[in-house]
Structure formats: structure tokens, C-alpha cells
Design a protein around this ligand. Structure first.
Ligand SMILES: Cc1ncc(COP(=O)(O)O)c(C=O)c1O
Length: 387
């Protein structure tokens, strides 16, 4: 535990210092992995709440403490078996028969999960363009839960988080923000008044593409109790080893995000001038429709770039031709990944077929550019794409 009552620690210190074992002689500096499905009964049943491994595990605690602190939550976060497991718990906050407002573009799994719940009659679903503030505001009168993701996956639309969250709270609407793309280093939605922050820990927080995990953070004790109850009863719990890896990954989050964001800015500028591309979506570009909002509300522009090529064949050819970039889904790892998103069956039809999402990693930016450049060269108008 890190207590520095006289001085508020910066985010890039919290990632390193939080979630450490107590400073005792011979104590380890890193928390151990506890592999136990059950725990000794307390002598006094009023004390001790570990009980059983679906309810808690000591390996979860330091990660939950660190993420809670990073998000500025008054309470420790809750870790789940996946981002989507966390999303299911967050959606359980909606009363049956209620109304959920969701972005038309967002992580496809979250969209499909909400569609599925709506189809079963759990709640009604209203889809909005989150970049269109008036459109979102117009839905709030009848909404129970507003789901936000910004920048959206993979369209990179930027929402006016500050305005939307304030209006939703004033209307008594519960706000859940998927903060996966930003990380708490770039945005702290609880500071804007959001009720719950969601992470696919699989991505930047763990950062090495070696675990699947999710998490929720909240400052509201009653909401946390409901989310914890959902986790315990539905059983979407994390394995201790995965959570230990996530905390290990979190230690370098600030360095990784700094580097991948710098790489993304560098690459986006170059891509914006490339004749083989019809559009580059990246909030860091001054010409991007979300640029000003992102500059005003976020502490960085993220490390995801979406590019559009002439057609599907060109998109597929680019993914097939890269040598350093890895053709794989997912994002937020140290390695750069490339994917034509519409290959995924759940992706909305309004995502262009020829959109290719780049998850920029921490490699040398010149190497990343050289690889893209050689793969894009035959796709230039008049280029030889038959090789
Ligand atoms: C923005 C976003 N939210 C949530 C998820 C779901 O997380 P997981 O794959 O860990 O279940 C993803 C996964 O790609 C994502 O990109």
C-alpha cells in the first residue's frame, strides 16, 4: 500500500508504487500469486470475508487497488475474467425494462452483448452518434444507462465526455465509460462524474498481449456492491496468474503509453500524406473532426489509427504485405498490430469495408513506417499491386 498523505502522487508514479506489499522486514517487494480455491475459516465468523476463490483472491487486491487509484476512484476496482465479463456486469446495473443508450460505433463485442440482451427483452437499446452531442442529449430524458466509448473503436469518433456525463448525471442516468483506448493516464472519466469506468485489461493495462482480463472502477459503494455481487454470482472471475501478469504489465504503463502515443503521432502524420489512403482517422491530426475535443479533454491522442484504403482488396493486400506489423486482432500491446476490422463478423456495417485499424506499439517508429511504406507502395494509384 502506498500512503503519501502530504503529497498526491502522479499517475506515472502510481503505476509503479501502488499495490505493493506492506513495508516489513523480509517482505517481498512484489505481491505473491496465491493459488488457492478456498481459505481458512475465520475463528470469528464476523471477521474475514475471503471464504472461497470465486468471492476473492489475495492476488486480485493489489491490482484492484492500483487501478482504483489510477482512475481516481474512492474504492478499489474490480477485476473480471475479461473486458466483456466486466461489460456484462456493468449492463446488469440497468433495471429490467429500462433504456440503454449506446454509441452506434463501439467495441463490437459490447455492441453484440447489448443487442443480445435487448433481443431477450432485458432492456431497450437506443444507438447514437457519440460525436453528435445534441443527438445524445436528446435521448437522456428516457434513458437509464448511458454507455460511452471515446474515441470509438474503430472509427475514432470523439465524444464531448464532460458535457455528456454532466447532462446524464443531471438527468439521473447511470454513466458507464469504456476507457480501454485511453487508459487512466489519458482520461479519468470518474473525474467528469461517470459512475463506472470499464477496461479491457487485455489491452494497454496488461500491455503484452498475454492475458485476457477486464475491470470496473467506481467510487459509489452501492454500485460496487452490485457489481461485486454480479461477479460472484455469475462467476466471471480472473485467474490469479493473469492478474499478477496484469499488475506486472501495469508497472510500465506510463512508459508504454508515452512511447506508443508518440509513435502514433509520428505515423499518422506520414500516413495522412500517403496517396494510397483515402482517409486517416486519428484524433491527434489537426484535421481530424475530433481533434479539438480530444485536445481539450484528453491527456493525449491514443495509439490507435484507422486508415481507409481504396477497397477491400487494397486493405487485405496491406495486411498481407507487412512484415513487422502483426496481422492480428486486439490492441494495446507492446507490438504493433494491424487488422481490417470488417473481417470480424460483429463489426457494424457502417464501419467502412476498407478500414484497417492500426494498434501502434512501442517499436522504433522508423521501422514501423518503413514496413508500412513498403506494404503501401504497390497500392499507390498507378502502383503495381499484382506482385
Ligand atoms: C474498447 C474495448 N472494450 C472492451 C473490449 C472487450 O475486452 P475483452 O476482449 O478483454 O473481453 C475490447 C476488446 O477488444 C475493446 O477493444
Amino acid at each position: 500500500m502506498t500512503h503519501h498523505a502530504d503529497h498526491e502522487l502522479a499517475q506515472d508514479t502510481i503505476v509503479v508504487a501502488s499495490g505493493r506489499p506492506p513495508r516489513e522486514h523480509d517482505a517481498p517487494v512484489n505481491p505473491p500469486i496465491v493459488l488457492s480455491s478456498t481459505f481458512h475459516e475465520a475463528v470469528d465468523p464476523a471477521v474475514g470475508d475471503r471464504i472461497y476463490g470465486r468471492m476473492s483472491n489475495p492476488t486480485w487486491d493489489p491490482f484492484e487497488e492500483a487501478l482504483g487509484q489510477l482512475e481516481g476512484a474512492a474504492l478499489p476496482a474490480l477485476v473480471f475474467s475479461s473486458g466483456l465479463g466486466a461489460a456484462a456486469a456493468a449492463l446488469s446495473l440497468v433495471p429490467t425494462g429500462g433504456v440503454v443508450v449506446m454509441p452506434r460505433h463501439a467495441y463490437a463485442g459490447s455492441l453484440s452483448l447489448a443487442d443480445d440482451e435487448a433481443a431477450r427483452g432485458r432492456f431497450a437499446l437506443v444507438r447514437v452518434d457519440v460525436a453528435d452531442t445534441d443527438q445524445v442529449l436528446a435521448t437522456l430524458d428516457t434513458a437509464d444507462l448511458l454507455w460511452l466509448e471515446s474515441p470509438t473503436n474503430p472509427m475514432l469518433e470523439v465524444a464531448d465526455l464532460r458535457t455528456l456525463i454532466a447532462a446524464a448525471k443531471a438527468a439521473g442516468v447511470t454513466v458507464v465509460v469504456d476507457n480501454t483506448f485511453n487508459t487512466p493516464l489519458v482520461c479519468k472519466p470518474l473525474d467528469f462524474g461517470a459512475d463506472v469506468v470499464l477496461h479491457s485489461v487485455t489491452k494497454y493495462l496488461a500491455g503484452h498481449s498475454d492475458v485476457v482480463l477486464g475491470a470496473l472502477a467506481t467510487s459509489d459503494a452501492a454500485v460496487r456492491t452490485d457489481l461485486l455481487k454480479h461477479r460472484t454470482l455469475h462467476g466471471a472471475i480472473a485467474g490469479p496468474f493473469e492478474v499478477w501478469l496484469a499488475l506486472r504489465g501495469l508497472r510500465t504503463l506510463a512508459l508504454r503509453v508515452e512511447r506508443s502515443q508518440a509513435n502514433a503521432l509520428y505515423l499518422a502524420d506520414k500516413l495522412a500524406q500517403h496517396p494510397a489512403l483515402t482517409r486517416v482517422r486519428f484524433p491527434g491530426l489537426a484535421t481530424d473532426p475530433g481533434h479539438q475535443r480530444a485536445a481539450d479533454q484528453l491527456n493525449g491522442f491514443g495509439s490507435i489509427i484507422s486508415i481507409e484504403l481504396a477497397d477491400v482488396a487494397a486493405g487485405e493486400a496491406l495486411v498481407a504485405a507487412v512484415r513487422l506489423w502483426l496481422p492480428a486482432t486486439s490492441l494495446g500491446g507492446v507490438e504493433s498490430l494491424i487488422e481490417r476490422r470488417r473481417r470480424q463478423p460483429g463489426e457494424p456495417a457502417t464501419v467502412p469495408e476498407a478500414l484497417v485499424r492500426l494498434s501502434v506499439g512501442i517499436e522504433n517508429p522508423e521501422d514501423l513506417w518503413a514496413d508500412l511504406e513498403q506494404a503501401l507502395a504497390p497500392l499507390r494509384p498507378g502502383g503495381d499491386s499484382t506482385r
